[in-house]
Design a protein around this ligand. Structure first.
Ligand code: CO8
Length: 303
């Protein structure tokens, strides 16, 4: 594993995946079985910790990258490798994603990955963002986001990539696709995922205004499915998962694919163009200025 992560610097994200790839039981590209069984079941890495309970078939993936679980290229690479390993593991049927940080689920994409970086690096980063979403939205596992803190932008994308969302009932926590507030535009597949979750009108308002919803407001529009006291987020996710796993896997998986395939295929057939669009957009001087102002705003808010 350490070698794999070291090699991510050498070969880049796609290079790492191609080093690891074989075809899985699901016909998708998966990580090589060169990982030992123990590593596959209980991996501990700097930014993500995964614990698979083989008696229940449920894995808990904990994001543990302070200060805010921002989705850097390294984080995304590690996330995807972990997801692939679980996807390959026949004993794993359900995945719960949560955070070890207090107050934050994920702050979304790491803004520093989009600020002052070369076009090549931006392209590599965007490919990793696509990969995270493709793997999560298309996962054969039942997936639940146990949202125990704020979850803006890419954090929201990760949450709505899951099958079900349980959020801490704390009005100080917010969730939403707030990209326009940063002067950037959520790409079509962020938009499609949001439309599939809350419907067209709520998505339109939400995206144009870059709205961040408090937990109670997120429940009202269906952006999350359930609110529970903060200390019960994970236990509720575990209880809920047992209901999802009571449904026969093949029936649930085929239904999920029927609901999501069209959205996934749209990105798969436009992946390169989407990367080109992102790179040309994000490297524009005006967009870089917007990002700088946003970063300064984040710092000044703290002061
Ligand atoms: N990326 C990088 N650094 C971040 C990010 C981030 N997304 N968010 C916060 N940080 C940094 C802060 O600058 C701060 O750094 P420092 O300690 O050096 O001053 C540190 O993390 C801690 O942040 P806070 O003090 O703000 O932490 P709080 O616990 O008070 O608040 C929040 C946590 C609520 C998550 C808050 O940090 C926040 O609102 N962050 C911004 C979230 C955001 O707007 N993310 C959007 C990212 S863009 C994205 O995900 C999709 C982009 C799609 C691209 C499409 C282009 C075509």
């Amino acid at each position: 594993m350490a070698n794999v992560l070291r090699n991510s610097a050498k070969f880049g994200f796609s290079g790492v995946l191609s080093q690891l790839s074989i075809h899985s039981r699901h016909g998708r590209v998966c990580v090589s079985p060169c990982f030992s069984l123990q590593q596959r079941n209980n991996s501990t890495s700097p930014k993500i910790k995964v614990d698979l309970d083989s008696s229940t078939g449920v894995a808990v993936l904990r994001m543990q990258s302070p200060p805010v679980n921002s989705l850097s290229l390294d984080f995304l690479t590690e996330f995807c490798i972990n997801l692939e390993k679980l996807e390959m593991d026949r004993s794993c049927r359900g995945l719960i994603i949560t955070s070890t940080l207090s107050k934050v689920f994920s702050a979304g994409l790491d803004i520093m990955e989009m600020y002052g970086k070369s076009p090549e690096r931006c392209g590599e980063f965007w490919k990793a963002v696509q990969e995270m979403w493709l793997k999560l939205y298309g996962s054969n596992m039942a997936t639940i986001a146990a949202i125990n803190g704020s979850s803006p932008a890419g954090g929201c994308l990760m949450s709505i990539g899951c099958d079900y969302r349980i959020m801490a009932d704390n009005p100080r926590y917010s969730i939403g696709l707030n990209e326009t507030q940063l002067g950037i535009v959520a790409p079509f597949w962020f938009k499609d995922t949001l439309v599939n979750t809350v419907g067209n009108r709520a998505a339109e308002l939400s995206l144009e205004l870059g709205l961040l919803y408090s937990a109670p407001d997120a429940l009202k529009i269906g952006l999350v499915d359930q609110l529970v006291p903060e200390d019960q987020v994970l236990s509720t996710a575990q209880d809920t998962m047992s209901k999802w796993l009571a449904v026969p896997d093949h029936a649930r998986q085929i239904t999920k694919s029927m609901m999501r395939k069209q959205t996934i295929d749209k990105l798969l057939s436009n992946r390169e163009a989407d990367i080109t669009n992102f790179v040309s957009f994000i490297t524009k001087d005006s967009i870089q200025r917007s990002l700088r102002m946003y970063l300064e705003m984040l710092k000044s808010r703290k002061a």
